[in-house]
Design a protein around this ligand. Structure first.
Ligand code: MTE
Length: 301
C-alpha cells in the first residue's frame, strides 16, 4: 500500500473530491508512486494517509487574523482580497523584488502532496495539498551564500481581518525556517487543496507547509520571504518562548508544558474521536532526521 505519492498536476486542473479519492485508490491498487522520488524509504505503516474531507479541512481552522474560534476563519476570511497578490522576496538573494503570484504560478511546477498535518494543540488531519517546492522559488530568486535562514510574513490588513483588533499575537504573523529546512523537498508552498484553489481560511493564495513541524510553522497568506543570516523572530515564540520553540518539530517525546504530545485527536473520526500515537517528525523521520543530527531535540524544541 502506498503511503505517500506525488504526481504533477496543472494548477488549472479541477479534481472533484470523489474522483480524487478514486484515483488515489486506483494508484494504490497499482502500487504506483511509493514515496517521493529521491527521498528514499517508505514511511512506516502506522497512521495511514487517508485524506480528510474537503469539508473538515476547510471548516476547522486556525487563522487568528480572522478570529480564534475554529469556525471563525471559514466564516470571516472571505473578506480577504487575494487577487492581485505579490510576494516580496528580499534579503540575501540575487534577484530581490515583488513577484506577482500569477508569474510565480507560471514558473512553478504544481504537484499534489498528501501530508499529515499535526497541530501543536494535539489534533491532526491528512491534507491533499497542491503546491510547489519552496526550494524552486528560492532558487528562482537566487539564494546568496551568506543566507542561513528564511523569514516569512503574512499579509496584514486590519480592514479585512477582524481578528487583528485583538492583541493575541504581535501582528503581522511571522515565521521562519533554517535554510536547509526551507530547501528540503518536503517543504512546499501550497496553493490548492483537492485540486481547487486554496480557500482563504487555509491561507490563500499561498501558504507554507512543513509537514514534520507543528502546524503553526505553516504560515498562511505569505506576502514576504526574506533570506537572512540570523535566526528570524517567529510569532508564537515571541508570544511564549517557553511553550513554542523556533524548531517546533513534531516530537511525541517532548511534551508541551501544558499537555502531552505523545498522541493526537484525529479530526473527522466521529463523535468519539479516535486518538492515535504521534510519530517522530510526524512520520517523516526517514526524510528529515539527518537535518538535526547531533542536536539536542529537547533543548532545541
Ligand atoms: N498563519 C497565520 N497567518 N495565522 C495563523 O493564525 N495558524 C497556524 C498556521 N498558520 C496561523 C497560520 C496554526 S496554529 C495552524 S495549526 C495552521 O495554520 C492551521 O492550518 P489550517 O487551518 O489550514 O489547518
Amino acid at each position: 500500500m502506498a503511503h505517500r505519492w506525488t504526481n504533477t498536476l496543472n494548477h488549472q486542473d479541477i479534481t472533484p473530491e470523489a474522483a480524487f479519492l478514486n484515483r488515489r485508490q486506483v494508484m494504490a491498487g497499482l502500487g504506483v508512486g511509493l514515496g517521493l522520488a529521491g527521498l528514499g524509504g517508505v514511511a512506516q505503516a502506522q497512521n495511514a494517509l487517508e485524506p480528510n474531507s474537503y469539508e473538515d479541512i476547510t471548516s476547522y481552522n486556525n487563522y487568528y487574523e480572522f478570529g480564534t474560534g475554529k469556525d471563525d476563519p471559514a466564516r470571516n476570511a472571505h473578506t480577504l482580497t487575494t487577487s492581485p497578490w505579490t510576494v516580496q522576496i528580499d534579503g540575501l538573494v540575487d534577484q530581490p523584488g515583488e513577484y506577482a503570484f500569477a508569474d510565480i504560478m507560471d514558473a512553478m511546477t504544481i504537484e499534489e502532496r498528501i501530508y499529515r498535518f499535526r497541530c501543536v494543540e494535539a489534533w491532526s488531519m491528512v491534507i491533499p495539498w497542491n503546491g510547489f517546492e519552496l526550494a524552486d522559488l528560492l532558487n528562482m530568486a537566487g539564494v546568496q551564500s551568506g543566507a542561513k535562514y528564511v523569514a516569512f510574513e503574512t499579509v496584514l490588513r486590519p480592514d479585512e481581518m477582524p481578528g487583528v483588533r485583538f492583541p493575541v499575537l504581535d501582528w503581522p504573523y511571522v515565521e521562519g525556517l533554517r535554510l536547509d529546512e526551507a530547501m528540503h523537498p518536503l517543504t512546499i508552498m501550497a496553493t490548492g487543496i483537492y485540486g481547487k484553489d486554496i480557500p482563504n481560511q487555509n491561507g490563500a493564495p499561498l501558504r507554507l507547509v512543513v509537514p514534520w513541524k507543528y502546524g503553526f510553522k505553516s504560515i498562511k497568506s505569505v506576502v514576504r520571504i526574506t533570506l537572512t543570516e540570523d535566526e528570524p523572530p517567529t510569532s508564537w515564540n515571541k508570544a511564549n518562548a517557553r511553550e513554542y520553540g523556533f524548531y517546533s518539530n513534531v516530537n511525541p517525546e517532548v511534551s508541551h508544558p501544558r499537555w502531552s504530545q505523545s498522541s493526537e485527536r484525529v479530526i473527522g473520526s466521529g463523535l468519539f474521536a479516535k486518538r492515535q500515537p504521534t510519530l517522530m517528525f510526524n512520520g517523516y523521520e526517514d526524510e528529515v532526521a539527518s537535518l538535526y543530527e547531533g542536536m539536542d531535540l529537547k533543548a532545541n524544541f
